[in-house]
Design a protein around this ligand. Structure first.
Ligand SMILES: [Fe+2]
Ligand SMILES: [Fe+2]
Length: 394
């Protein structure tokens, strides 16, 4: 079954700038969530390495057609089955419409993948937005390649049949369902050459994130993508112990994310948003609901029916909460704070996540002061418990 996603974003730079940036494939990992490496093998071949929800994926993509300032069309020739095109159209002298059209195939696992389309759509959306932010902030491309590939061929918009060769690769041990969908999301979006993705990686806990101008909304949105993808991976995992481990990882990431928001983001929302007080109250209520659900999930075995039930509830609460933040509160925050402050907040959020607890503490207050006073201590205790219990939470 083929799934199609189409997304357009208007970028406030001339078409030449937008296109030139797009040709800098090897720079994608600097910005793109989950993409570890892109190698330009030759003018029309790219090799990709990505890791989504702990699953490593590699694939080769062929550029079928590339026309400067107009189009890049590709198909995977090995690895995750995907194909598509990116079109560039000037919209006045200083604006460009960038349209991403991609097709991907979850390969028979779609039944279990559930929301494969949603995962890919959200990834595509986030990546296009990041491309926009990146190039608009710079105002100039980091490099360019003005060569052409099959410019007279006009392959149209390739579908997955163009990527036929790569079928059958996604059923590797331990990989299924949404993991594949999420992998393909990054694969497809990546292969499309969407330059900048969901921001700084934060979940690994290793080293410091190179935020490189990303603002707090980029960072939090990347966390949301990561958590959503992780839920997908859990759904797609049948082994009970693996499910349990993945749930621990999800819980740790969500707790860190929520604490960082409560410490630095919600206070800023309270101060700057038109209806900040009630927005924050609403978001905190949802955090409390999430905490209760995570606490419950923490005590369940991956094989129990309650595990599935609780994860389903958690997923629904999380989706609602993400929608509220991303559709309303984050855009308002971006509109009401100067960019330098948003970038500073990103650094604070990353710092807070390193010290924050990794386990849910529903009885603890959801406020800035508590987290600042007690948080690092609670976090240390949690991490010690993680280590003693062999729970890997980064
Ligand atoms: Fe959030
Ligand atoms: Fe939140």
């Amino acid at each position: 079954m083929t799934t199609t996603v189409e997304r357009t974003v208007t970028v406030e730079v001339p078409v030449r700038t937008a296109y030139n940036q797009w040709t800098q494939f090897e720079e994608f990992p600097q910005f793109m969530g989950g993409v570890q490496e892109v190698t330009q093998v030759d003018d029309s071949t790219l090799h990709w390495v990505a890791e989504i929800g702990g699953v490593r994926r590699e694939w080769e993509a062929a550029i079928l057609e590339q026309v400067p300032d107009q189009k890049v069309a590709w198909a995977a020739t090995g690895g995750a089955t995907n194909a598509g095109a990116v079109h560039f159209a000037p919209s006045g002298p200083d604006h460009t419409m960038v349209t991403l059209h991609l097709e991907f195939e979850p390969e028979g696992l779609v039944e279990r993948a559930g929301d494969a389309l949603g995962v890919v759509e959200r990834q595509a959306e986030a990546d296009l937005q990041q491309f926009k932010t990146f190039i608009e902030q710079r105002g100039a491309e980091t490099g360019s390649w003005r060569g052409q590939v099959n410019e007279d061929l006009d392959v149209g918009t390739p579908g997955v049949e163009a990527a036929e060769d790569s079928r059958g690769d996604s059923g590797k041990a331990g990989i299924s369902g949404k993991a594949v969908a999420a992998g393909v999301a990054a694969a497809a979006v990546g292969a499309a050459g969407v330059a900048v993705a969901a921001g700084a990686r934060s979940g690994s806990g290793s080293g410091t994130a190179d935020l490189d101008g990303l603002d707090v909304v980029d960072v939090l949105t990347a966390d949301h993508r990561e958590a959503t993808a992780l839920v997908g991976v859990i759904w797609a995992t049948t082994d009970a112990q693996q499910r349990r481990d993945l749930a621990d990882q999800l819980i740790a990431e969500l707790v860190r994310h929520a604490v960082a928001e409560e410490m630095y983001v919600y206070p800023a929302m309270r101060d700057h948003l038109p209806d900040g007080e009630s927005a924050v109250r609403h978001d905190i209520e949802e955090h409390q609901e999430l905490e209760a659900q995570m606490k419950k999930l923490e005590g369940l075995e991956g094989s129990q029916p309650e595990f599935t039930e609780t994860l389903r509830q958690l997923e629904a609460t999380l989706a609602d909460h993400i929608a509220d933040e991303e559709r309303e509160h984050f855009p308002q925050l971006r509109a009401s704070l100067p960019r330098e402050e948003l970038v500073q907040l990103a650094g604070k959020v990353e710092g807070a996540k390193k010290l924050a607890p990794t386990r849910p503490h529903p009885a603890a207050p959801n406020n800035e002061l508590f987290h600042k006073v007690a948080g690092p201590g609670v976090g240390l205790v949690d991490r010690l418990r993680d280590r003693l219990s062999g729970r890997s939470t980064g």
